[in-house]
Design a protein around this ligand. Structure first.
Ligand SMILES: [Fe+2]
Ligand SMILES: [Fe+2]
Length: 471
């Protein structure tokens, strides 16, 4: 197992102390990161001790260490999963060759681009969520928000390490620019559109961590397959942290559903809005919105870039090595959605061309699992409502459906039909205003806002009513 230098200025298991130039460069970036965190990170509670998990090793045991810490003092570090000896490239034109420990010149710019795009999303999400602590439904939830935030900060460190270590001057400039672009900034926005929208309320936060962090999971999982071994090992470790972010989303939405069902039963009504709850129909609209914008993050159905990355060995498929095919995909085919004047259809292409769609399919299947759980809760409550994922063509800005009007069930409809119904399918301004009106910070020990049920258990064997954030 790699040795962890946990007391270093920058905790790491990459032997930073043995590379003085790199160490100096990263130590030069560190204060800029802290300044960014203080300016653009959580807008409140920065100096309150928060019960946070910190990575102090990468092994099975003990990678998660819990303690109260003030966020600017969080020990952001650089952790790569252990190296797999003699690892071979699992796919693409270099299949069977040794994995790369350095960046091959011919793929330098592609790898750099991928790392910058991935890295940019990490601080972006912190910025999007920066005001949410003010309206946290409980101290438990506030702590979870901060946990997600500090780990997204660590994910930025993970990418910045790669940029500094393997991409020289250009990489160092990229690392500086990560702190200069800001979510929603008119002049210097984050790279991906979805990361420039503010996360305006906690329902959106739970939906974001369920649907959009899950996009992150699939991007990281396909980068974990990379022939570039340091990237692979970095993503491997990031995925451990990412799992918790999706837990926050899955249980968060689940708790909202539960609270709504409880209110429905107690008051024998379908409309819990007068009771300060969130109606099931409104939750479906939020699902429709967050799922569709997250689908866009996977890109077009067919993509030459994705095919090139795959051929080069720099980005694979989800669980590449578990798949039973030639791992080159030039002569195997699949159907992808296609929209034209004849409506919604399919078109056959090589699997190599369709990698984005394949990853999107894997993602969609995973998303459905949460809905299945929430639907079990409605069924158990005897409520005849089933949450569904909208059709892949619904409300899309990217790919074949971008100029189409598609209903949640997949019907091609006219623009006027869309306009007449969109308020039933997506959150309206009034819906958002209502959700916002419920967002009042609850900071009393053990108390919970009225629109969400308490969690079934606390964090790290602590009770739900624990001082997760010390005020
Ligand atoms: Fe992340
Ligand atoms: Fe995340």
């Amino acid at each position: 197992m790699t040795v962890v230098d946990i007391n270093a200025k920058i905790p790491n298991n990459v032997g930073l102390a043995d590379d003085r130039r790199l160490q100096r460069a990263l130590e030069g970036w560190q204060p800029k990161f802290i300044r960014w965190w203080e300016d653009m990170g959580p807008s409140a509670f920065q100096r309150n001790p928060v019960f946070l998990r910190t990575a102090i090793s990468v092994g099975q045991e003990g990678w998660a260490n819990f303690d109260h810490v003030e966020m600017p003092d969080y020990r952001w570090g650089i952790f790569l999963a252990d190296q797999e000896p003699n690892r071979k490239i699992a796919f693409g034109d270099h299949k069977g060759e040794d994995a790369w420990q350095e960046v091959p010149g011919e793929y330098r710019s592609d790898l750099r681009r991928l790392i910058v795009v991935q890295g940019d999303t990490e601080p972006a999400s912190v910025e999007q969520q920066r005001h949410l602590s003010l309206t946290a439904p409980s101290l438990y939830d506030m702590r979870n928000l901060f946990q997600v935030n500090v780990e997204e900060g660590r994910h930025l460190w993970a990418m910045v390490y790669l940029l500094h270590r393997y991409f020289g001057r250009e990489g160092r400039d990229d690392a500086d620019e990560m702190l200069m672009r800001h979510s929603g900034d008119e002049d210097n926005p984050r790279i991906l559109g979805a990361f420039n929208e503010e996360t305006p309320d906690w329902l959106s936060f739970f939906m974001f961590t369920y649907f959009t962090d899950r996009d992150g999971k699939y991007q990281l999982a396909s980068l974990r397959e990379s022939a570039f071994d340091p990237l692979s090992r970095t993503c491997d470790f990031m995925l451990k942290e990412e799992a918790y972010h999706m837990f926050v989303g899955a249980t968060g939405v689940g708790r909202v559903v539960q609270r709504t069902l409880d209110l429905m039963r107690e008051h024998d009504t379908d409309d819990v809005q007068p009771l300060g709850g969130l109606n099931l129909g409104l939750l479906q609209k939020y699902i429709n919105f967050h799922y569709s914008v997250s689908l866009d993050l996977f890109g077009s159905e067919t993509s030459t870039n994705a095919a090139n990355y795959f051929g080069a060995g720099i980005k694979g498929r989800f669980q590449e090595e578990r798949r039973n095919d030639d791992h080159q995909l030039k002569t195997v085919y699949r159907n992808v959605p296609h929209f034209d004047e004849n409506g919604v259809g399919l078109r056959e292409v090589t699997q190599l061309a369709a990698l984005n769609e394949t990853l999107r399919d894997d993602y969609a299947e995973d998303c459905q699992k949460g809905l299945d759980r929430w639907n079990r809760a409605t069924a158990d409550a005897g409520v005849d409502v089933t949450f569904t994922l909208p059709h892949a063509g619904f409300h899309r800005q990217v790919g074949t459906f971008r100029d189409a009007y598609i209903s949640p069930t997949g019907q091609s409809i006219s623009k006027s039909e869309w306009s007449g119904n969109v308020g039933r399918w997506l959150p309206t301004d009034a819906d958002r205003a209502y959700v916002k009106s419920l967002m009042v910070g609850v900071t009393k020990l053990g108390e919970m806002a009225g629109w969400v049920a308490p969690p079934s258990r606390g964090i790290h064997q602590k009770p739900v009513e624990y001082d997760y954030v010390q005020l």
